[in-house]
Design a protein around this ligand. Structure first.
Ligand SMILES: *[C@@H]1O[C@H](CO)[C@@H](O)[C@H](O)[C@H]1NC(C)=O
Length: 438
């Protein structure tokens, strides 16, 4: 199957307060998050304003020019009328179709720098922002598990379904990682596993493996469009998640909960009971993320007020892909739901595309004091030290209890004098600790 078969959405044009960013590959520990999309290790770490680089015109150039030229040979008044109609159609098309029909740049890196603009969601063919062709390799909605945890399957029949989306890609560790994940998911009732593999063809070994677990699943082939493969960093895992979003759309699923769960993370079973009741968007800490060994919403009085994450880079929602869950009833109200091919900004732009407001976020994991998901990597790293004044690590926010437990587990500790100063941000802007925490 040619990858051109996948018609990727254009990275979207600019949001209100965004600058343009280009992301440069850089393999070690500089400013940014060094390991984000778990299974995709060699990601960006630094961001530069795009103006520093050659800037292509990201905006739609439209298909109208040729048509106008053709019409220019008409001389009679009805030709002028026709011309006006064509212009009118193009004009309407510009506003309603342009986000999807804009010419795709040849350079994937340039595309990846595209800026996101929430658009009005009219798509030329589907009325939906995503328009991915889908390649289902195998699927089974049947749950063949007899018992789950300590109860027969029927005991869970009333629970909302969790659609667990796992992007994966062929590599040495793929099968063992998926097996380990499957043996976690086997304990989770009412779960539908959407496994999207970054490969042109269906892997029949995966078909057999997945169907053998007896968990309802769909296995799809979702190769990264070829024009992105050469860009650095490549938008890994995006085609996969877009395919899963398209699957949900095609199946017209408007209840249950969506969660993006990479194949190499570690999941506490309590995570699933917590996110299952998500009303709009729930958020919770993810362990072992980047420099602080944690990415976490800052919670006060049961409300999310800011974010602690070492890589802000203008992201309004500086969270990890595994750090949130979305109600599908909520998401279905946003026909523009989208995840543009923009490395490092997938979470932010996805959450922007569903109109999230900070006061709507439901903090989980005991007000974000417990870590229920870990961005595990089979790497040995020193435990993190983060500079965060102990004066603020009391009961006023979740950070006191969270860092106490991170210390007990030997993952990270807060210090008054050592380590990088903890970045706490709101609306994509860094804030002083006292502003948020005192
Ligand atoms: C979260 O914090 C709010 C406000 O302090 C409190 O009412 C609620 O019980 C807390 N939730 C949990 C699960 O601890």
């Amino acid at each position: 199957m040619p990858s051109a078969y996948y018609q990727p959405l254009e990275p979207q044009a600019s949001d209100d307060n965004d600058e343009r960013w280009a992301i440069e590959d850089d393999d070690e520990q500089s400013s940014g998050r060094t390991e984000r999309s778990s299974q995709y290790q060699h990601l960006h770490t630094r961001c530069y304003p795009q103006q520093l680089l050659a800037t292509g015109d990201q905006l739609p150039s439209m298909g109208m020019a040729p048509r106008l030229r053709g019409a220019g040979t008409c001389r009679r008044s009805y030709c002028i009328m026709l011309l006006l109609i064509v212009v009118g159609v193009c004009f309407v098309g510009y506003f309603f179709v342009s986000p999807q029909s804009a010419g795709r740049g040849d350079d994937g890196a340039e595309d990846a720098n595209g800026i996101y603009e929430p658009h009005n969601g009219k798509d030329s063919t589907t009325g939906h922002a995503l328009n991915e062709p889908l390649h289902i390799c195998s699927e089974s909605p049947e749950d063949r598990r007899v018992y789950i945890q300590d109860k027969p399957r029927s005991a869970y029949a009333q629970l909302p379904v969790i659609y667990f989306v796992t992007p994966t890609y062929p590599r040495r560790e793929q099968i063992p990682e998926l097996k380990r994940l499957a043996y976690t998911l086997l304990h989770v009732p009412r779960l539908y596993w959407l496994v999207a593999n970054d490969q042109e063809r269906c892997d029949t070994f995966l078909d057999t493996l997945l169907s053998g677990f007896g968990i309802p699943y769909a296995h799809m082939a979702s190769p990264m469009p070829s024009e992105f493969r050469k860009s650095k960093p490549a938008p890994r895992g995006v085609a996969n998640r877009r395919a899963a979003l398209q699957w949900l759309h095609q199946q017209n699923i408007t209840n249950g909960v969506l969660y993006f769960g990479d194949d190499d993370n570690t999941y506490d079973l309590r995570l699933f009971s917590e996110i299952r009741q998500t009303q709009r968007v729930s958020m919770f800490p993810v362990g072992l993320i980047a420099e602080y060994a944690v990415s976490v919403p800052v919670v006060r009085d049961g409300k999310v007020v800011a974010f602690l994450d070492s890589w802000v880079a203008g992201r309004r929602w500086p969270v990890d892909m595994a750090g949130f869950a979305v109600s599908l009833a909520y998401m279905s109200q946003y026909p523009n739901v989208n995840m543009p091919y923009k490395p490092g900004y997938e979470e932010d732009l996805f959450l922007r595309s569903i109109g999230l407001r900070i006061d709507q976020i439901e903090p989980k994991g005991a007000n974000c004091t417990e870590i229920l998901v870990w961005h595990t990597q089979t790497k040995n790293k020193k435990s993190a030290v983060v500079r965060l004044n102990s004066e603020f690590l009391d009961g006023r926010s979740n950070l006191g209890a969270l860092f106490q437990s991170l210390k007990l587990m030997g993952v990270a500790s807060a210090s008054d004098t050592e380590g990088p100063v903890a970045m706490i941000s709101k609306n994509g802007k860094s804030k002083s600790h006292s502003f948020i925490l005192s």
